[in-house]
Write a protein that binds this ligand. Structure first.
Ligand code: NCD
Length: 305
C-alpha cells in the first residue's frame, strides 16, 4: 500500500489486516507508557485546509504513539493568506523533510493531487464530499468490536448522504466487510451516482428501524448546502432524526454511531447521544488505533513486527 486515499478499491483482506493491527495498537494505548518506537525518526505532517477536531488531533496522537515527530500546517496563520498555492505549500512542507502527509481539503481529489506531486505516502483526511477513508476504518472497527464481525449486519446510514464523504467511504468499506447497507434520507440528499453503489435506499426511517443492527447518523452538511433542500431543522429531525421514540423501537442490541461533530436535537436527540448504546466516543478512541495502523503500514512497518 503506497497511499491511503479511498475505501473504494480496498480488498477485504487489506481492511481486515488494518483492523487487526489496530487491535494490537489498542492494547499498546492501554499500557502505562502508551507508546512504541516503530516510527522513530519519521516526521508526519498534518495539512488541514478545513476545520477538524477529531481527525487532526487523533492523527497527531497516533503519530506520537508510534514515536514519529509531527508538524502541523494551520491555514489561518500560514502563507496561504499571502496567496501561496496549494501545490507550493505542499512542496514547501515536503522540503522540510517530511515522510508522510495527512491532508484534508474542501476540493474533491486534493489528496490525489498531492500523491502526484510528492514522492511520499499521502493519507486522505477528507476531500470535499468525496472520501474520508480513515473515518470508515474506525467506524468498521467500532462495529466489529461490538458484533465480532460485520458479516450479515444490517446497517442504515441516515441523512445527508450526498454531501457526506463519511457515507461514501463507509458504504464501500462496510459492504466489502459483508454488511448490508441501506441509505435513508430525502431523495434530494442522495448522490447522483447512487446506482453504482452497493446499497439499497429509502426515505422511510421508521420502516427500517426495527430491522437494523447499526444506525449511522450523519450531520447535515450546512457548509455544503445540505440544509437548503428541506424546510427547517425541525422538519428534518421529525423525519430523519434519531428521536427517543425511534431509539426505543430499535432492536435491544442495536447501536448508534455518529462521526461527530453532532447537532444535538437535529439528527440525534440529547438522550440518545448520551446513551451507552451510542458508540460515539468509542469511535473517537478507535480513531487513534486505526490511524496508527494506517501510518505504520504506509511507513514500511511489517505486519508482524
Ligand atoms: C466528518 C468530516 O469532517 O468529514 N467529521 C469527522 O471527520 N469526524 C463529518 C462531518 O463533518 O460531519
Amino acid at each position: 500500500m503506497k497511499h491511503f486515499l479511498t475505501t473504494e478499491d480496498l480488498e477485504r483482506e487489506t481492511i481486515e489486516g488494518l483492523l487487526d493491527d489496530a487491535d494490537g495498537f489498542t492494547e499498546v494505548l492501554k499500557r502505562p507508557i502508551p507508546k512504541v518506537p516503530a516510527l522513530r525518526g519519521k516526521t508526519i505532517a498534518t495539512m488541514f485546509f478545513e476545520p477538524s477536531t477529531r481527525t487532526k488531533m487523533s492523527f497527531d496522537k497516533a503519530a506520537k504513539a508510534l514515536s514519529a515527530d509531527t508538524v502541523a500546517f494551520s491555514p489561518g496563520t500560514s502563507a496561504l493568506s499571502k496567496g501561496e498555492s496549494f501545490k507550493d505549500t505542499a512542496l514547501t512542507v515536503r522540503a522540510m523533510g517530511v515522510d508522510l502527509m495527512v491532508v484534508r481539503h474542501k476540493a474533491t481529489g486534493a489528496a490525489w493531487r498531492l500523491a502526484d506531486w510528492l514522492d511520499i505516502p499521502i493519507v486522505n483526511g477528507g476531500d470535499g464530499a468525496h472520501q474520508h477513508p480513515t473515518q470508515a476504518l474506525l467506524d468498521c472497527q467500532t462495529i466489529r468490536q461490538r458484533f465480532g464481525s460485520l458479516d450479515g449486519l444490517q446497517i442504515a446510514i441516515v441523512g445527508d448522504i450526498k454531501h457526506s464523504r463519511v457515507a461514501r467511504s463507509n458504504v464501500f468499506a462496510m459492504s466489502t466487510l459483508g454488511a448490508e447497507v441501506t441509505l435513508v434520507g430525502p431523495p434530494t440528499l442522495l448522490p447522483v451516482d447512487i446506482a453504482s453503489w452497493p446499497v439499497s435506499t429509502t426515505s422511510d426511517l421508521d420502516a427500517v428501524i426495527p430491522n437494523v443492527d447499526v444506525v449511522y447518523l450523519l450531520r447535515v452538511q450546512t457548509e455544503r448546502g445540505g440544509a437548503s433542500v428541506f424546510p427547517s431543522f425541525a422538519e428534518y429531525a421529525e423525519r430523519f432524526g434519531m428521536s427517543n421514540r425511534r431509539f426505543a423501537a430499535l432492536k435491544s442490541d442495536a447501536v448508534v454511531l455518529h462521526p461527530g461533530p453532532m447537532n444535538r436535537g437535529v439528527e440525534i436527540s440529547h438522550d440518545v447521544a448520551d446513551d451507552k448504546r451510542a458508540l460515539i466516543l468509542e469511535q473517537v478512541s478507535n480513531g487513534v488505533a486505526t490511524r496508527m495502523a494506517v501510518l505504520f503500514r504506509l511507513l514500511g512497518g511489517e505486519r508482524d513486527a
